[in-house]
Design a protein around this ligand. Structure first.
Ligand SMILES: C=CC1=C(C)c2cc3[nH]c(cc4nc(cc5[nH]c(cc1n2)c(C)c5CCC(=O)O)C(CCC(=O)O)=C4C)c(C)c3C=C
Ligand SMILES: [Fe+2]
Ligand SMILES: [Fe+2]
Length: 335
């Protein structure tokens, strides 16, 4: 006999939690400071002893960077809020429509809100006995994918009755991802009335040391670049942007590449960011605005920034395919 006070088995719903990095609440120094304090205190992001790092963070970094970054955010802020949050919200809504009632789709941010722990608990309360955690980073990196999963597992650590969990593997070489990028880059190039002489794929940078410590990120970025170059049937220059701090980072640096192209006779360039599943300050301000300035000041004539897959039809179809594969056996309609 099952005792009357025994908790009922929840209806076996399946949840998908899309996770991205997070973004400030407002394009103002105070909000950016709070966001950066949380982000840059993550030991997966800054791998220095906290006793050494925290004084530098609280001293130099958080007194100078917030106002500069707030200016960058203000330039790309939309009526729907920061682009990263607005696009992630759209992706979740579109995927909910694509999956239908079989799956509950939600989203969370690693830093700021909606918080991962809150959304994992909400999915459980909505009856999801099985949850796919989906950090939306095509290339695996400890500073992005692992820390997102860590945060979800931290919430699970406080539960007596945990849902079953799967995590989305990197999809850097998935044919659905490469094909979606090929179609999106091709469609964006077709809108130009000039022909780029060089195509640059800019990935977010990482400290070089993380590669030696075993992070597969660099290799996966290069693999994406190679596969995409083959799919597009043209050369692609892979570069790494957004260097932070004095350590040596993966290269070549995107700004150095852009500044060097005109001297090599390349004055028409198109650039895109295949490692970002949503446009954000790093793409819309750093590449589309400052990248253009760098290129033009060096003598470039034509510059185009091509958008990320975002919530485009092709981008959503790709995410649906990639997620459905991981839901196999959990959802009847999955791939
Ligand atoms: C896509 C993968 C990303 C990797 C890898 C990554 C590593 C990484 N980033 C920083 C420092 C900063 N990143 C910032 C913004 C930012 N980074 C990513 C993605 C990756 N970061 C995204 C999607 C965003 C945009 C957020 C948004 O609100 O639009 C920032 C904040 C902006 C700024 O002040 O310039 C910092 C700082 C480090 C140190 C790092 C690896 C160790
Ligand atoms: Fe970053
Ligand atoms: Fe940046």
């Amino acid at each position: 006999m099952i005792p009357a006070n025994h908790p009922a088995t929840p209806s076996p719903r399946v949840g998908v939690l899309l996770i991205n990095l997070g973004t400030p609440d407002a394009p103002e120094p105070g909000a950016v400071r709070r966001y950066l304090a949380e982000f840059l205190s993550d030991r997966r992001v800054i791998e220095l002893p906290q006793l050494l790092w925290q004084p530098i963070l609280r001293g130099a970094v958080l007194t100078t960077r917030p106002s500069k970054s707030a200016h960058a955010y203000a330039q790309v802020w939309t009526d729907a809020g920061p682009p990263l949050a607005a696009i992630t919200r759209e992706q979740a809504a579109a995927l909910q429509g694509a999956f239908g009632a079989d799956v509950v789709v939600d989203y969370a941010m690693r830093y700021g809100s909606p918080a991962i722990g809150d959304r994992v608990r909400a999915l459980k309360e909505a009856g999801c006995a099985r949850i796919l955690l989906a950090p939306l980073y095509p290339q695996y990196c400890a500073a992005t994918t692992a820390t997102a999963n860590d945060k979800a597992f931290e919430a699970l650590a406080g539960m007596r009755w945990q849902p079953a969990i799967r995590t989305l593997p990197p999809y850097h070489d998935d044919p659905a991802y490469i094909d979606a990028l090929k179609a999106s880059v091709g469609a964006s190039l077709a809108t130009l009335d000039w022909e780029p002489e060089a195509l640059v794929a800019s990935f977010h940078g990482m400290p070089l040391r993380t590669m030696d410590l075993g992070d597969p990120y660099y290799r996966q970025c290069l693999e994406t670049g190679q596969l995409l170059s083959k799919a597009l049937g043209r050369d692609l220059t892979v570069s790494f942007q957004s260097r932070f701090g004095p350590a040596k980072w993966l290269g070549p640096a995107t700004d150095t590449v852009l500044a060097g192209l005109p001297a090599k006779g390349v004055t028409k360039v198109a650039i895109f960011a295949p490692g970002f599943s949503a446009d954000c300050v790093e793409t819309l301000e750093e590449l589309a605005i400052r990248g253009r300035e760098t290129f033009v000041e060096a003598g470039g004539a034509e510059f185009a920034y091509l958008p990320c897959l975002n919530a485009s039809a092709g981008g959503i179809a790709m995410l649906r395919a990639v997620l459905a594969r991981e839901l196999a056996g959990w959802v009847r309609t999955a791939a």
